[in-house]
Design a protein around this ligand. Structure first.
Ligand SMILES: NC(=O)c1ccc[n+]([C@@H]2O[C@H](COP(=O)([O-])OP(=O)(O)OC[C@H]3O[C@@H](n4cnc5c(N)ncnc54)[C@H](O)[C@@H]3O)[C@@H](O)[C@H]2O)c1
Length: 393
């Protein structure tokens, strides 16, 4: 601690660090950035000048050896998480790790062990659960189910009683992305691991968070584990989540759509900016302001988002990637909220908002989905896997 602030080190200074972590650290008054670490020290040096870090290194062990450091943020490629977490935890540093926490179940178990053995706190940036729009979606579904009210014109067949499975909730997540933008490192089995382990951990986590305390009991996946795929997860409550992830889409349209059908009503959350409810009288559209936007369109919501995107393109000669760098434009996916919640957890000894077990579970479900694709089968989620017994010595 320095002057009552947690001293922070950032390991991995790529795109995510530049556009998320470093601005978020700067936005939280209880944090003091001290170190930047990247194999590319020139890049780390450039960012340190911009964000006022005092020290730069290419060796994360130097950071772990600094007694002043309280918290380490990891935003490297995926394969190096375990050694960094082991080094940080044994030096008593708290860790905020980018998703996926691990690429394999065994790695995840070792992470759980080192975190618990050393008594540190770990948070995994499965940030969608901290985003205002999905949180409101969850609240709206729960409120409706407590006291379902329907439109007067709803037709109900009175000649039969309701069937058991009509109680089940269904979540549908649609992702459309543009794979021409993916670097080979994302697809390499040893570095990025492909899109299920690299990206779909987000939506596997959202489903577990959404349907808790129910737990997954069965998973079926299809397609390609490194690119376009689908996953269905069935929960102990009978609820399920179906993810459709296509890499054959375009950046010219928003990537994520969350929908829930529950209690004879329908709930939509469009790209973190607009929620709508159907089949519930009086339900109003909710708008969620963007995190960054410096243009001229005052309205909020999905159509306004599209208009803002097109406004940004006016007179722009670069491509979608250089556009991101030169005209920051961002919806609230919950990254800053996750940072704030974890800082609060560390300072006030509260539970992590997304701990090592959550990190393990999303990794485990991703691995099962990959296995399901490989053997073209539905697979069970056994209790002894879901709740691993980790022996600490
Ligand atoms: N939560 C989200 O929504 C979200 C979004 C994008 C990226 N991410 C995650 O952020 C992480 C980084 O992604 P990115 O897009 O910035 O990738 P990137 O390739 O731009 O950056 C990774 C950086 O890590 C550095 N690095 C690799 N090994 C290192 C080591 N041993 N020591 C120090 N530095 C090392 C690389 O040199 C590189 O600069 C990934 O885990 C990715 O999955 C999360």
């Amino acid at each position: 601690m320095r002057n009552g602030k947690l001293v922070v080190a950032q390991i991995g200074c790529g795109k995510f660090a530049e556009f998320q972590d470093l601005p978020n650290i700067a936005a939280i008054p209880q944090l003091q950035l001290k170190w930047l670490c990247d194999l590319d020290t020139e890049r780390a040096g450039e960012l340190s000048r911009r964000y006022g870090a005092e020290k730069v290194t290419s060796d994360f062990r130097e950071i772990c050896a600094d007694p002043e450091v309280d918290l380490i943020k990891i935003a490297t490629s995926h394969e190096i998480h375990l050694p960094i977490i082991e080094c940080a935890a044994s030096a008593g540093k708290h860790v905020f790790c980018e998703k996926p926490m691990a690429m394999r179940d065994e790695e995840a178990w070792k992470i759980i062990r080192t975190v618990r053995k050393n008594g540190i706190k770990l948070c995994v940036d499965l940030n969608r659960r901290m985003s205002p729009a999905p949180q409101a979606l969850k609240r709206n579904v729960e409120e409706h189910l407590k006291n379902p009210v329907h439109s007067p014109w709803r037709y109900i067949e009175t000649a039969r009683t309701p069937l058991a499975e009509e109680e089940y909730k269904h979540m549908m997540i649609r992702i459309q992305d543009e794979s021409s933008s993916y670097g080979l490192q994302h697809l390499d089995p040893l570095i990025g691991g492909g899109e299920i382990i690299g990206e779909s951990v987000h939506w596997l986590d959202v489903a577990c968070w959404f349907f808790a305390p129910a737990v997954p009991v069965e998973i079926t996946a299809w397609g390609s584990s490194r690119l376009s795929h689908g996953i269905n997860v069935k929960f102990s409550s009978g609820d399920d989540m179906t993810l459709t992830f296509s890499c054959s889409g375009t950046f010219d349209y928003p990537k994520e759509l969350f929908e829930v059908a529950a209690g004879n009503a329908f709930f939509r959350s469009e790209f973190f900016v607009e929620n709508n409810t159907y089949g519930v009288p009086g339900a109003e559209t909710e708008y969620f302001p963007m995190k960054h936007y410096s243009g001229n369109i005052a309205e909020e919501g999905f159509n306004a988002y599209i208009a803002k995107y097109h406004e940004r393109l006016q007179g722009f000669a670069g491509n979608s990637k250089t556009l991101e760098n030169s005209k920051p434009f961002e919806v609230d996916k919950g990254h800053l909220n996750m940072w704030r919640a974890f800082v609060d957890a560390v300072l006030n000894d509260k539970p992590s908002p997304c701990d090592e077990l959550d990190g393990f579970r999303s990794t485990y479900l991703a691995q099962l989905a990959i296995r399901s694709i490989e053997c073209r089968q539905t697979l069970p989620v056994p209790v002894e896997r879901w709740t691993p017994a980790i022996f600490i010595r």
